[in-house]
Write a protein that binds this ligand. Structure first.
Ligand SMILES: CC(C)(COP(=O)(O)OP(=O)(O)OC[C@H]1O[C@@H](n2cnc3c(N)ncnc32)[C@H](O)[C@@H]1OP(=O)(O)O)[C@@H](O)C(=O)NCCC(=O)NCCS
Length: 189
């Protein structure tokens, strides 16, 4: 498949415990189940969803991105429960420079079991193998210990803090910048 067309049919990716798959309109309830949780949205750029309609709009935006062949989230389905427990994927892709950024979120009952590290490793591998990336970036609120641990365990390096990098929830926020280069990448070759 041509690199340009990699997102025309977002390929499914399997890990030990997860399936990274295309989202479906029927995922709305599972998305709302985690996106309405203030703990999940504590350090995200988005506020907790206040109704399933907000989750429906989110899923619609993802489905539109598939149609328009843009970078888009996978749904993270837990194999053992055949249930969508989170989302994640590439949010931006600069093809000229071979750089893309990953974002992710998962339902609280599934935290601290290494699941997002497993998913993000698969996304990084996808980026190097299928998108010809040279650099994969993950940025997060410096207070988001769980998220920067994911980056660290995926062999990303801490590069610094972008001061007041985003405006969200009524104020500016610093973001930690973590990244892995193709030359740092040791697994999955
Ligand atoms: C951040 C997040 C994705 C981590 O997912 P996860 O599956 O728990 O991650 P992992 O288990 O692979 O690794 C995270 C590590 O941080 C720890 N951790 C998880 N949640 C934590 C929390 N709330 N506070 C502190 N540490 C936490 C885990 O114990 C684990 O520790 P270890 O490195 O010693 O094994 C998940 O907490 C989440 O979805 N949070 C809400 C959305 C979010 O913040 N997304 C990121 C935006 S940049």
């Amino acid at each position: 498949m041509q690199i340009e067309n990699v997102f025309s049919q977002l390929p499914q990716v399997a890990t030990d415990r997860l399936i990274l798959r295309r989202m479906r309109a029927s995922d709305v309830d599972d998305v709302y189940a985690y996106a309405c949780d203030p703990d999940v949205a504590r350090y995200t750029s988005w506020a907790p969803h206040t109704s399933p309609d907000e989750s429906r709009q989110f899923v619609r935006r993802v489905l539109d991105a598939y149609l328009e062949k843009r970078v888009a989230n996978w749904g993270l389905e837990l194999k053992s429960e055949r249930k969508l427990i989170g989302t994640g994927g590439f949010g931006s892709w600069d093809k000229e420079h071979g750089v893309a950024e990953i974002g992710y979120a998962m339902a609280k009952p599934y935290w601290a079991q290494g699941l997002m590290t497993e998913a993000v490793k698969a996304m990084i591998e996808f980026g190097f193998k299928r998108m010809a990336l040279n650099r994969v970036v993950i940025r997060m609120d410096p207070r988001n210990t769980g998220s920067w641990r994911v980056a660290e365990k995926c062999d990303c390096r801490f590069e610094g803090i972008s001061r007041q990098a985003i405006y969200a929830k009524g104020t500016f926020h610093d973001l930690m910048v973590w990244a892995i280069l193709r030359e740092d990448w040791s697994w999955g070759r």
